[in-house]
Design a protein around this ligand. Sequence first.
Ligand SMILES: Cc1cc2nc3c(=O)[nH]c(=O)nc-3n(C[C@H](O)[C@H](O)[C@H](O)COP(=O)(O)O)c2cc1C
Length: 182
Amino acid sequence: MKNELYELTRKRRSVRRYGAKRIDDDVIHEIMKVALTAPSSFGHDPVEFVVVRDRDMIRRIGACKQMGGSQINGADTVIVVMVKTADKRTSEFWIEDGAIASSYILLAAEQYGLGACWVQIRNRMGLKKTSDEEIRELLCVPDGFTVLNLVAIGEKGENKRAYTDKDLDTKKIHYNLFRVAD
Ligand SMILES: Cc1cc2nc3c(=O)[nH]c(=O)nc-3n(C[C@H](O)[C@H](O)[C@H](O)COP(=O)(O)O)c2cc1C
């Protein structure tokens, strides 16, 4: 059987430069549908998303991350990934739940031939408060959520080589016992 998922994952690279072409609303919606199929701890589905397509708002979100936030300025869309951390049932696994949903978005974007990049927000600072606090304030996010990261999406403005079998360090896969390679 052809490894179709590998064909997709090996092509996915972090794309940080974007073309000016606007992405159809329908395509963004299809990508978000994929995110909603991501697994979550105990199936509590604590991850929510704010899909930002307004250029000025994208710039203001970028300004909430002092170091490197401006990298999202050319993106067509920025998905703000947040998790309900106030709820005791979901707070323990919030990073895992947010990360796997974000991974799905990255892959779905590649499936549509779009460039995308994870932009870290957790443990990052804005001008006065944490990036998380500043972004939640900007987007009127109710109490109880924490922003884990952004996913910037846009027309690919740079071409990156797809990974091949040669790039894979298969020594990192240990079958049955952890075996140190010679
Ligand atoms: C947890 C995490 C945080 C990341 N944070 C950023 C970031 O803040 N800015 C950025 O440009 N890329 C970020 N990246 C993307 C990585 O730099 C990128 O995945 C890595 O260099 C490998 O390149 P590739 O995605 O092209 O395979 C992050 C990736 C992960 C998984």
